[in-house]
Design a protein around this ligand. Structure first.
Ligand SMILES: NC(=O)c1ccc[n+]([C@@H]2O[C@H](COP(=O)([O-])OP(=O)(O)OC[C@H]3O[C@@H](n4cnc5c(N)ncnc54)[C@H](OP(=O)(O)O)[C@@H]3O)[C@@H](O)[C@H]2O)c1
Length: 306
């Protein structure tokens, strides 16, 4: 599970005034919605009261020591309790207010921060971001009123200047394993600038898809990486995962089956099982429940080839 903070602050770090947001910015609310949809939100009681209702499509955990229950939400008495309540979610978003942001910062891996350009009077502030967080994405939106910057930080070891392509690929793979997709993207981009590599290209494509990048660009990059090495099972697996992630399950399954043909092993079978497809029986000409298939299947599974 990834714990993320999501906030909008002014250039003076103001996040609220008299129990409300100091601004009304539909573009930022839409971004908040698209980033948090389907996940869990942790928020202080006053933040919840300022919104007034649970947000659709998300599980809201309200932190409070005074309220016993809140309709449509879960209630937690502490941050630890709130995190354990939401432990089954892939990403949990701490949405404020001030004290909760500060309390959650040491536990969080990612920060989505909107900087609202301009100065606003206020009574609650966003904490200073520790140096252990690296800014990995910045999108300037001078067209909105007021102008905004969308920033994403992840808690990371610094990327050493002078790191070679192999070191960067390893760092990217480690970040990917920890689901730090923005950091992984940065590492793979830097490694690819030094040296082309089909695996790194396809890993970059996967991280792009998982971190809200342009889905078509992710798919195209995964296809290009595979085209440079058409039997590369790592590229096939990433392409399949992207296709499934982007909603094209049939295409993803076809790619997974191709990967199995080219010798892809457990990872392909695990992905097939994850999307709900059963592995074909060992002897396809016999029914799945035939004794030979049953015992051969168990044996092959035990020796790790099925
Ligand atoms: N710009 C942004 O991104 C953003 C985001 C969120 C909020 N805001 C603004 O921030 C303001 C509200 O924030 P706030 O800091 O005043 O209040 P808040 O954090 O939303 O709520 C404080 C209350 O939450 C409960 N609480 C907080 N930490 C807790 C913990 N660890 N365990 C149990 N309960 C806990 C307590 O409720 P009880 O008193 O019931 O015990 C506490 O009084 C509003 O102006 C809102 O608009 C802005």
């Amino acid at each position: 599970m990834i714990i993320s903070l999501i906030a909008a602050m002014s250039e003076d770090r103001v996040i609220g005034r008299a129990g409300k947001l100091p601004w009304s910015i539909p573009a930022d609310l839409a971004r908040f919605k698209s980033i948090t949809m389907g996940h869990a939100l942790l928020m202080g009681r006053k933040t919840f009261e300022s919104i007034g209702h649970p947000l659709p499509g998300r599980t809201t955990v309200v932190l409070s020591r005074t309220l016993a229950e809140v309709e449509g939400c879960l209630v937690a008495r502490s941050l630890t309790e709130a995190i354990s309540t939401a432990q089954d979610f892939e990403e949990v978003f701490v949405c404020g207010g001030e004290a909760l942001f500060s309390e959650a910062l040491p536990f969080c891996q990612r920060i989505y921060l909107t900087v609202v350009h301009g100065s606003y009077p206020g009574d609650v502030h966003f904490p200073e971001i520790p140096e252990s967080f690296l800014e990995l994405q910045r999108e300037e939106r001078p067209d909105t009123r007021p102008p905004l910057s969308y920033l994403v930080f992840e808690r990371v070891e610094r990327i050493e200047p002078g790191a070679d392509a192999e070191e960067l690929r390893q760092k990217g793979a480690e970040a990917m394993r920890r689901e730090l997709y923005f950091l992984a993207r940065r590492c793979f981009e830097l490694s690819l600038a030094l040296e082309p590599d089909a695996d790194a290209g396809s890993d970059l494509a996967f991280c792009l898809a998982k971190s809200g990048g342009d889905p078509q660009a992710a798919l195209q990059l995964a296809e290009e990486s595979l085209a440079s090495q058409p039997t590369n099972t790592h590229c096939l697996l990433n392409l399949a995962k992207i296709e499934i992630f982007l909603g094209d399950k049939e295409m993803g399954l076809a790619t997974l089956r191709k990967g199995v043909q080219f010798g892809g092993g457990q990872e392909f079978l695990a992905e097939l099982a994850r999307v709900g497809v059963r592995v074909p029986p060992p002897i396809k000409s016999l029914p799945r429940n035939h004794l030979l298939n049953k015992y051969l299947g168990i044996m092959l599974h035990r020796i790790g080839v099925r």
